[in-house]
Design a protein around this ligand. Structure first.
Ligand code: ADP
Length: 529
């Protein structure tokens, strides 16, 4: 028996008026949240369960357990089952009537795998609606009770083996859109196969965290009988369970973005997320199928030297006061009189270099002496502007290398902790020569799953109309009424979900275009060091 990773799945049915969704977010791994929305996408009820405080018996810290050695980070899967029980109860206490739910969507952390035992699969198919889920889906439902999650870093060996077996890293990237990372599910499964062969052999099916959650609602691992989805909480048998997806993709769905938007997440780590029409050829970063645009890709690139370096400068140059930091940043002109800096304090992903380089207007790559740069700039103002401009020039270069097309229609959508900082956002707007927007709704991953469920209801209603037209021989109707795109459909309900916060200055392209080229030269110098 060979276990297989299940893809996400969806069931589409016609129905009534409400949709509902729940999610296990990826970075804020410590909680499970659920929201019920009306057919107009207004919030009816919202509830959450914090793993550390609401489920102390699992002894998690930040929603995870870790071993003191071996870089293993895991959870006991029953904790998630218990959390689903609690969050649904809390939703009902908030006034949700789950029997009216038309469709369920969801998202969960991108990586993480659950190993169902034969008994577990059988239990899932025979859930008793009178009992709590966690009483039925207990430890015996899984062959592995230390489920590896996205923070696990214990499979470097398996990554090397898999890349070697497939013909090298470039080939892995070519086939899968990403090189092999320790947290990814493939090497995690291989590790279980190698180190716990008995558990592997006894495993009936393997779920991702997202498809695991969907399975609990379906009452089966595969969508063979959606009627089984009706369980303890009184969901209708006709309720649709849409594909539960990874939280990055769910967040992208929740932002409901036009194709020309570049998302800049400025949280604990900086990340660029972009719509790509073609797959880029880069050694790093991730390329995924777009969650709402058929045939498009999502490019995702993380940066190691983002907020941590900004935090450090805020501490050293502005006594940890962001207002002071901003005063210093705002007191220097665009272009910083030719002073530029790259701060790769830890080894960066792209370019794969470590080091710091400061250039004044007199430095260049002309010879080794002029390329060296200076040890320090003369003022904290210059230091801060050089840092922020350098970080954003770096991101602009990487985004265009990944294949993002900049043009008059480009919009930047900023999210995460630093997106409240208008001075930093103005630098972004100028460096990218594009307006910067923020979202009105902060829980993008949560709402993204609900919007996808709503869109599934819409698509399904079209299938029904099309079938009726076909049955009545109204072929013309079926030929002329194609479905609205996800964007067009969802923005009907939430037309003002983005708010503009900064616009580019008139002279910015003139200033920053040459600086992108200068950034590239500086990065090359650092790479040679
Ligand atoms: P997470 O990614 O863990 O959800 P957040 O999105 O809350 O974290 O982002 C945390 C980061 O936000 C901090 O590291 C800090 O650098 C940054 N941050 C918070 N407030 C500001 C601010 N006013 N200006 C700049 N950066 C800020």
């Amino acid at each position: 028996m060979k276990p297989a990773v299940l893809p996400d799945f969806s069931l589409l049915l016609a129905g009534r008026v409400m949709c509902f969704f729940l999610c296990l977010p990826f970075l804020i791994l410590f909680q499970l949240k659920a929201v019920q929305l009306s057919s107009n996408l207004e919030v009816i009820a919202i509830a959450e369960v914090k793993f550390d405080s609401d489920l102390p018996e699992f002894r998690t810290s930040g929603g995870a357990n870790s071993s003191s050695t071996k870089h293993e980070v895991f959870v006991q899967p029953v904790m998630w089952v218990k959390a689903i029980d609690i969050v649904l109860d809390r939703l009902v206490m908030q006034g949700a009537d789950l029997s009216t739910v038309l469709a369920i969507g969801g998202s969960a952390q991108q990586h993480g795998s659950l190993y169902w035992s034969r008994h577990g699969v059988k239990t899932l198919r025979n859930l008793n609606s009178d009992k709590f889920l966690h009483v039925q889906i207990d430890d015996s439902a899984f062959t592995v009770n230390r489920t590896p999650i996205w923070m696990d870093g214990s499979t470097e060996k398996q990554c090397v083996e898999m890349e070697t077996a497939i013909g090298g890293r470039a080939e892995m990237l070519n086939i899968s859109g990403s090189k092999c990372y320790a947290r990814f599910t493939g090497p995690q499964i291989r590790k279980i196969y190698q180190e716990r062969s008995n558990a592997y052999e006894e495993t009936q099916r393997i779920s991702l965290v997202s498809s695991f959650c969907a399975s609990v609602f379906l009452g089966d691992i595969a969508p063979i009988d959606y009627g089984d989805a009706s369980e303890r909480f009184g969901f209708s048998p006709e309720c649709i369970v849409t594909a539960f997806t990874g939280d990055n993709l769910s967040a992208l769905s929740g932002m409901v973005l036009e194709q020309n938007c570049l998302v800049m997440s400025l949280g604990t780590s900086d990340t660029l997320i972009m719509n790509l029409k073609e797959q880029p050829r880069l050694e790093e970063g991730h390329v995924l199928c777009h969650p709402t645009e058929i045939g498009h890709f999502v490019g995702l690139m993380c940066f190691r030297n983002g907020s941590l370096v900004r935090d450090l400068f805020n501490k050293i140059e502005a006594s940890s006061d962001w207002n002071k930091f901003n005063e210093l940043l705002d007191s220097t002109p665009r272009g910083n009189y030719g002073n530029m800096a790259l701060h790769f304090h830890s080894i960066e992903i792209i370019p794969n270099v470590k080091g710091v380089l400061r250039w004044t207007r007199n430095n260049s790559s002309e010879n080794s002496e002029t390329a060296k740069g200076v040890q320090k700039f003369l003022s904290p103002q210059t230091e801060i502007r050089a840092l922020i401009e350098g970080q954003m020039l770096h991101k602009r270069a990487v985004a265009s290398d990944m294949g993002f097309h900049f043009g008059d229609e480009t919009k930047i959508v900023a999210t995460g902790g630093a997106s409240v900082n208008k001075s930093i956002l103005q630098v972004i707007s100028d460096v990218f020569n594009a307006p910067v927007f923020v979202q009105n709704e902060s829980e993008a991953a949560l709402f993204g799953a609900a919007y996808r469920a709503k869109y599934a209801i819409y698509l399904n209603s079209l299938v029904d109309v099309s079938r009726i037209c076909h049955e009545n021989n109204n072929v013309q109707h079926t030929a002329t009424t194609g479905p609205l795109s996800y964007l067009d459909y969802i923005t009907r309900f939430i037309p003002n979900h983005l708010r503009i916060v900064c616009e580019p200055s008139k002279d910015c392209e003139q200033i920053y275009s040459p600086m992108v080229e200068r950034y590239r030269k500086m990065a090359l110098i650092l790479a040679k060091k």
